[in-house]
Design a binder for this molecule. Structure first.
Ligand code: DAK
Length: 270
């Protein structure tokens, strides 16, 4: 038995693994596992996902995380059956957004490996990740409008920032589904790959990141994400501070020394 709580836990809705990728740091893999409901994101599943992301974030052996589903569905949305009878006050008391908000605090990179449906909350979960590797069979959409609501977990904001007003407005107001290549061309998706290898490709991307010095990876992620919130002036200031900060890391000295000495850097994560 591992002494890591996320690996010991008997989750009901996800499968969790640490994947050895040949580097010092591993990939923390979360597979959404409600196939009969196309991985609809119920409250319990989201609790399991967010708790595990936080545990991976604290785990010094993990460098990057991947969230995936199965070939048919990444996730077809929040669980409609759980919301169908809920009143405003019930939704307010459930306070599910607090849990989603915790994803934003994760410091290590998260990759969504998407095949099949990524709809509504499923598309929003993928967009909460830092990169999306999509199978050529993936379908993205924000169909909430067809249920009489609008995206509630960041869709109107993240989608618009990623693909621009024109396309986001179409997606959100029509509820139509879009192919992986459409979303790649629009800028939402990092890469599109054959469906047989979508998870392998995401794990490979994660392995590439796991080779990099961890503090620089985390400050790089933070700086890119802050560009959504800050003016160019404030964003450049933050980037500069993070850049200077890295000159205090041992890995900066090691990285530059290794270049000069024409050898591979030996990262310490410090
Ligand atoms: N919720 C619950 N069950 C779902 C589901 C969903 N989102 N999507 C699919 N299922 C279930 C189906 O009910 C069906 O269950 P059984 O009837 O077999 O018991 C099973 O999965 C297989 O689905 P289908 O039979 O419909 O499969 P098809 O291949 O024919 O169709 C489909 C696939 C993806 C086109 C279809 O299932 C579909 O349209 N699904 C709903 C898509 C959708 O509207 N998604 C948006 C949901 S609203 C929040 C955070 C986020 C959100 C809200 C609040 N807070 C933090 C508070 C987000 C809201 C949403 O995502």
């Amino acid at each position: 038995m591992s002494d890591k709580p996320h690996l010991n836990s008997e989750y009901k809705n996800i499968i969790v693994k640490e994947v050895d990728n040949g580097n010092a740091l591993k990939t923390g893999l979360i597979q959404l596992n409600r196939p009969d409901a196309l991985n609809a994101l119920n409250i319990e599943l989201m609790k399991e996902v967010v708790d595990t992301l936080e545990l991976f974030d604290k785990d010094p052996e993990v460098g990057c995380m991947v969230i995936t589903g199965n070939e048919k569905a990444f996730a077809a949305g929040a669980d409609i059956k759980e919301m169908a009878d809920a009143s405003t006050i019930e939704m307010l008391l459930r306070d599910q957004f607090a849990r989603w908000d915790r994803i934003r605090k994760i410091k290590k990179p998260i990759i969504a490996a998407v095949s099949g449906f990524a709809l509504g909350g499923g598309c929003e979960l993928a967009m909460s990740c830092d990169m999306i590797v999509a199978s050529d069979s993936a379908q993205f959409g924000q169909p909430e409008i067809k249920l009489g609501v609008i995206p509630g977990a960041g869709g109107t904001q993240r989608l618009t920032k990623a693909i621009g007003k024109a396309k986001a407005m179409e997606m959100i107001l029509t509820g139509k589904f879009y192919s992986a290549s459409d979303m790649f061309n629009a800028g939402l998706v990092t890469k599109v790959v054959p469906k047989e290898v979508f998870l392998d490709e995401a794990l490979e991307l994660s392995a590439e990141i796991c080779k990099m010095p961890t503090i620089a990876v985390q400050l790089g992620k933070e700086s890119v994400l802050k560009s959504f919130d800050l003016t160019i002036e404030s964003g450049l200031e933050l980037e500069r501070k993070n850049f200077y900060l890295l000159f205090a890391s041992e890995d900066k000295f090691e990285g530059m020394k290794a270049f000069v000495e024409k050898r591979k850097a030996n990262w310490k994560g410090k």
